[in-house]
Design a protein around this ligand. Sequence first.
Ligand SMILES: C[S@@+](CC[C@H](N)C(=O)[O-])C[C@H]1O[C@@H](n2cnc3c(N)ncnc32)[C@H](O)[C@@H]1O
Length: 265
Amino acid sequence: MKRIQLFEFEDFQWFPSTFRSTMTKIIIVLHKLIGTKEVVSNLLIKAKQKHPFSQVVDLGSGSGGIMPMAVTHLNTTKKEDVRLLLTDLHPNEQFIQYFNQHTTKEITYQKDALDATNLLKAPEGLKTMINSFHHMPPVTAKKILYTAQENKEPIMIYEMGENMVPALAWFLLLPISLPLMALSCMLFVPFVKPLNWKDLFFTWIIPVIPIFYAWDGQASGPRTYTFEDIQTLLPPTSEQYTWEIQPALKDNGKKLGYYIMGTPQ
Ligand SMILES: C[S@@+](CC[C@H](N)C(=O)[O-])C[C@H]1O[C@@H](n2cnc3c(N)ncnc32)[C@H](O)[C@@H]1O
């Protein structure tokens, strides 16, 4: 397996939720910049054509990610009425309040923690994992895929990044890539929503968030499963369930990450 089991700070239970929330909010700024909304929205359309659903249950939502925008885009452009339930292993009170009180009623954030490994504890609907599958070690990742297939649960996993750089090159490039990543964190932070004083304080005044963000961002690359890795995780083929693993495309045909789509037949 090419994937390397590096650590990310945001996965540690002890990691302050203030830092985790700023970091996941910055990822949304990045999503907006590179255009993952249309990619994810197109994947939802594809998933719906294969297996109809009225609710998306997003696992590992963090601060919401791009999913609220993708579902809103789907509902407005395709005149759909899809609801979205955001969930996380570490749900943050700030986002629970934000989504449950300040956005449309179609989008809610589950108060109780939901471990993506316990797929069957999730309410009915299309299960999605956006940029969170690489957080799962192989045993857990395998369990998620097996549970989906065995229980005929539709699932759509999207990873924005890919694991293409050889491990040695990745390591040698760290002295350049880490400072660049930290700098991008400092530049993006004023654009996060909702913005609070802690986001700015721990990024600009006592700049600890850029350090954590830079490491987690860099560690995500080698942690991402390659197509070959995914083949080793999938259950044996079944006539009742199909898997599709493909590069994800923008409307202009440009590649932006990849997806794994599991569909009951
Ligand atoms: C990189 S963030 C992705 C957030 C969001 N989906 C996005 O695209 O911006 C990964 C999220 O996965 C969550 N996570 C990690 N392990 C998890 C698990 N076992 N079950 C559910 N969520 C998990 C983390 O708490 C974190 O919020």
